[in-house]
Design a protein around this ligand. Structure first.
Ligand code: HEM
Length: 508
């Protein structure tokens, strides 16, 4: 009977089944994500709501930070950038997401080296807390300003001043130079000064090849963080080779440090391994941590300083004004002839130096991109705004903020693309407080940058030492407008990997 029915009506049945399947597919893939999904009331392009591959494509084509920023300008402080992902640009939510410490997403899990995770790549709160505790004291402000650390950083500054002295009036790739300098600082801290390589003593040879190896291995960031399942198929062999070179570089110094380092309590190796027998971390875990700190610390600092000096070189009035401020420190004189560095305690609070530094951090945040977290167990409320009604964001959905947009809020930062250090020198305390609260260049909350005190110290010391000795200028033959832009990626670098500048000694 049934067979007879099917035989008689099979064409109509097929059509009905096909129609149902098509209706289901339309509902599931189009109507549900756009109209019925829990995030449906959050504005954004329909393509973002339909498929996660759109924002992945934008990310892959290195446009995400600027694209998401444009979405905020069009749709307001919360935008839906993927079917299950929202980006928020409102400082009020920094506490909810980063201080209350939503777990990191899997974006971070692939930042593991030597087969072991590290503080940066742990996603859950509990293991992160335990991991971070081990090295937090070593990176604290009190350690960074202490004399033993300051001796190390001043010694790196002296190496840098020698390089500049020997290469006056030549065009230097400053992105490499500052990155090498930052690498020397972190590796001195990590392996102890007797062991760590002093790359500034061979900046154009081993120095350049080491930073290039680290930069090359991190150039696969998109596949590593976003589509790790395809990584092994799409990554060219030279990236894996660069990764091996970088790991080898860490391993050699790590092994040497076990033999020769006598700074057990003040070096990262000493702290990570603990007293003999304590077994805080095994050696692969310790190497993974060190790899990550060196990778996180040199590139970001190098990028920040590249844009810093670029801004000073294109506006000599700003250089002169900073030089005037520095002069006051030395009884009206600038630095002496020798290579000795200024004291951090003397320059740390200088108003114009601090304003310049804050403005560089604002426009050129070295990590300008997404810092994704997962909505927690009981979800999370968007409390409502002019553009978007109060909306519940369920557990597990991705919630992101990007410094790029927070730092370009036109209400707090008038003419946001203008490099204007004077905006930090106003008398309006309330406004300054709001501006500072909006800054996310070192992240925010419990997972804020571990190296922020070292980085700030190095950056200010480097600028003060160089500007008090040299006039910095652009190389007229170089196309800065096209080449010196921020690459639109998670950790930015100058697009051309080259910021050529010329240093001319000041008359003493
Ligand atoms: C100008 C220089 C630097 C900038 C702009 C910077 C920025 C940041 C940002 C934004 C984060 C949070 C990232 C996220 O949650 O997605 C971060 C985390 C981190 N940074 Fe830095 N960083 C700098 C220098 C350094 C240095 C010198 C070190 C060396 C120790 C370092 C080590 C770390 C570590 C270990 C984390 C992970 C912290 C955690 O998850 O608890 N950074 N950094």
């Amino acid at each position: 009977m049934l067979a007879q029915f099917v035989a008689q009506y099979h064409e109509e049945l097929l059509t009905t089944l096909q129609a149902s399947a098509i209706s289901f597919l339309i509902y599931y893939f189009v109507l549900y994500p756009i109209y019925f999904h829990p995030l449906a009331r959050i504005p954004g392009p329909k393509l973002c709501a339909l498929t996660k591959y759109w924002i992945l494509y934008i990310s892959w084509s290195e446009q995400r930070n600027r694209y998401v920023h444009r979405l905020h300008e069009e749709y307001g402080p919360i935008v839906r950038v993927g079917p299950d992902e929202v980006d928020i640009s409102d400082a009020e939510y920094m506490k909810d997401i980063y201080v209350d410490n939503f777990d990191k997403t899997s974006f971070y899990t692939q930042f593991a080296d030597f087969g072991s995770f590290n503080t940066f790549s742990t996603v859950d709160k509990k293991s992160h807390r335990q991991s971070r505790k081990v090295s937090a004291k070593l990176y604290s402000k009190s350690t960074v300003v202490s004399e033993p650390f300051q001796v190390k950083v001043r010694s790196v500054m002296s190496d840098l001043l020698k390089v500049l002295d020997e290469n006056q009036e030549k065009t230097l790739n400053t992105f490499y130079l500052w990155s090498i300098m930052a690498m020397d600082t972190i590796s001195g801290f990590a392996f102890g000064s007797k062991v760590s390589k002093r790359l500034l003593r061979d900046p154009f040879g081993e120095g350049a090849s080491t930073v290039v190896a680290f930069m090359t291995q991190s150039s696969a960031w998109f596949w590593t963080t976003q589509l790790p399942q395809f990584r092994r198929w799409v990554i060219p062999a030279y990236i894996n080779e660069a990764s091996n070179v970088a790991c080898q570089w860490i391993s050699e110094q790590f092994a040497d440090s076990l033999d020769k380092n006598d700074e057990t309590s003040s070096s990262l190796v000493g702290v990570l391994l603990g007293e003999p027998g304590a077994k805080v971390f095994d050696s692969n875990r310790a190497k993974s941590e060190i790899f990550d700190h060196i990778a996180a610390g040199h590139n970001t600092t190098g990028t920040t300083l590249s844009f810093y000096f670029y801004e000073l070189a294109r506006d000599t009035k700003k250089q002169d004004r900073l030089r005037e401020e520095l002069k006051q420190l030395n009884g009206g004189n600038l630095a002496t002839n020798d290579y000795s560095s200024s004291l951090y305690s003397d320059i740390e609070e200088l108003p114009y130096l601090s304003a310049l530094t804050q403005e560089v951090f604002r426009i050129y945040a070295a990590i300008p991109g997404q810092e994704p977290r997962k909505a927690p167990k009981n979800g999370f409320w968007w409390r409502g705004s002019k553009e978007t009604p109060r909306t519940f964001i369920p557990e597990g959905k991705t919630v992101v903020m990007q410094p790029w947009s927070l730092h370009r809020d036109p209400v707090l930062f008038e003419d946001p693309e203008l490099f204007n250090p004077d905006r930090w020198l106003i008398d309006d305390e309330q406004k300054l407080k709001a501006m500072n609260k909006q800054m996310m260049h070192f992240g925010y909350g419990a997972r804020m940058c571990l190296g922020l005190h070292i980085a700030t110290c190095e950056i200010k010391l480097c600028v003060a030492n160089v500007i008090s000795r040299y006039r910095v200028s652009l190389d007229d033959s170089y196309d800065y407008a096209n080449n010196v832009q921020m690459k639109d990626i998670y950790t930015t670098i100058p697009k051309s990997r080259d910021v050529p500048l010329i240093f001319s000694g000041l008359e003493k």
